[in-house]
Design a protein around this ligand. Sequence first.
Ligand SMILES: [Zn+2]
Ligand SMILES: [Zn+2]
Length: 624
Amino acid sequence: MSGTAALAADDRLAAYDFGPGHPFQAGGRETSGLDHPFRAGRLEAGLSLLRAAKVLDGGDLLAFGPAADADLELIHDPGYLAAVARFAEPGAAGADPVGAARFGLVGDNRPFPGMDEAARLVAGATAAAVDAVAAGDRTHVFAPVAGLHHAQRRRAVGFCLVNDVAVAIARASRTWPLRVLYVDLDAHHGDGVQAAFYDDPRVCTVSLHETGRYLFPGTGEVHELGRPPGTGRSVNLPLEPRTGDEGFLAAFDAVVEPLAAAFRPDLLVTQNGCDGHAEDPLSDLTLSLRGYRDLARRLHRLAHRHCGGRWVATGGGGYDLERVVPRAWALLWAELSGRRLPTRVPAGWLAARPGPGWWMEPRRRRREEGRDGPAAREVEERNRRTVRTVRRLALPPSVRVVYPLAGRGGTTQRLPGWEPRAGRHLAPRGPLVLRDRCPASLLRRLEVDPGIHTFVRDAEQEREVLARIAEEPASEVVVAHTPEGVVVGYVAVLEPEPGTRFASLPGLLEVGAVEVATGWRRGGVASALLRFAVEPDPFEDRILIASGLAWHWDLDQSGLSATAYRGVLARVFEAAGFEVLQTDEPEIAYHPANLFVARVGGRVPPARRAAFSSRLVRGHHPLP
Ligand SMILES: [Zn+2]
Ligand SMILES: [Zn+2]
């Protein structure tokens, strides 16, 4: 499944080197919370292994030069760039330490001679990688000395002088222009990249990292979702120390692929920092090289499924230069280029660097290292909660149905049968037929209006999504279609995904989606559909809930503010017998424009009604 691949690196990048005697090297995570201890040996160790393994030749190398001012200024303040140039002169920082500190050029990022040119080269490599992929010259490019994801607009942070990856994404987004999905696997939160695109709806950033409770830079919580008009396009998965391969991959699978399906990117840019490895002294994620190999495979598949193959990978952080970084780069390059690594790490390369002959750790036996103890279960449970919250915050409900959580077991029985019904609604644009109990076979025969585009690229895919929802045992799809058979709206009633305090109540269903094609809005279609959808008698035995978040995948096209959008949603639901309720469920309570509604059926027994009400507010609210 690979096209042509390239590597954007050469020996000039060895100049990006904070030099020996760095405080970090003195030992352990206590001295510094930061990553990217770039040293000359890093590049040499990685490239020499690729050459020794005979998976890299001259034709694989991508030409690049220093990044231009115009590109760097897409992300960085010109005053900051001037300061980096000024303090790159020998002795300049010593003469003006206060001036240097103002731009973060101190401590971990203390200036070194030539740093200006070195940083420009790193950014130039990543920009060239993006250009080659965007232009279609190469399908995948790997820039190993890149991914300086912490650098901010006017400040060096965490060994990152320029945010090469943000510069390259900005270039892809503005020059080409492409929608970019950025996936950051580094153990540290990709804060600089997130900040650069926090309000940009065309760039979606997702960062998997060790929770900021314990690790630099301390950010990357689940509620950092972006700012209008880019709300929902910043996604964070803060994971627990000792998450391990299995937990990390499970989080990736539950969020990243469905997010890609929802966002519809043109280009995948990844930061493949391997400082989450168990041997890395900077983090406690305890991943293995096998885990990084599996992640590379998933990214590769994702690029082909959702981005037309276009994939730029950057090396990111990683400290263990003997056992981890060169092997992680080799595994990633092998995946991306389709080259086969020899069975063993070449002996000649090993001679200079004592270490094991394997590329990846031997498979661990199950139940090793106390993985099944209470502490491990606690880690698993915390990560599971995080993943469920992120799914609810970041993914449209219909996407969650099509990409269900692994191991999800249905608890709700299918609603007792009623004969499929048809109704009518006269919209300003013409008459519509409303239908419920739509079997998947019928949905697959209908056309879907291109104005319905919750999360797929074309109407045919959307039709398949509706059919998949209809095939779920406890789901109902109700559609509005023209007399010619073109679907212009739908309502999906689903079993709620586990993860909220309401989901575990028996007999509860969720209105997961109310969607009307752009050209058919403001004609009362949504209200008519929803009223029609909840009319059948069996719903009188159920509690129906629905929530609307302050951001919505469609909000940027609706032209409404989050508050106005909440008002529209509330009216649509109230007209169908729902009641707006207050709850301190964190996913609702975190933003005043979020909405929670419920409709309690007439035959719901009082005890169940009371159990539902008692879950609305859990926090301690003393009476005045
Ligand atoms: Zn490929
Ligand atoms: Zn890192």
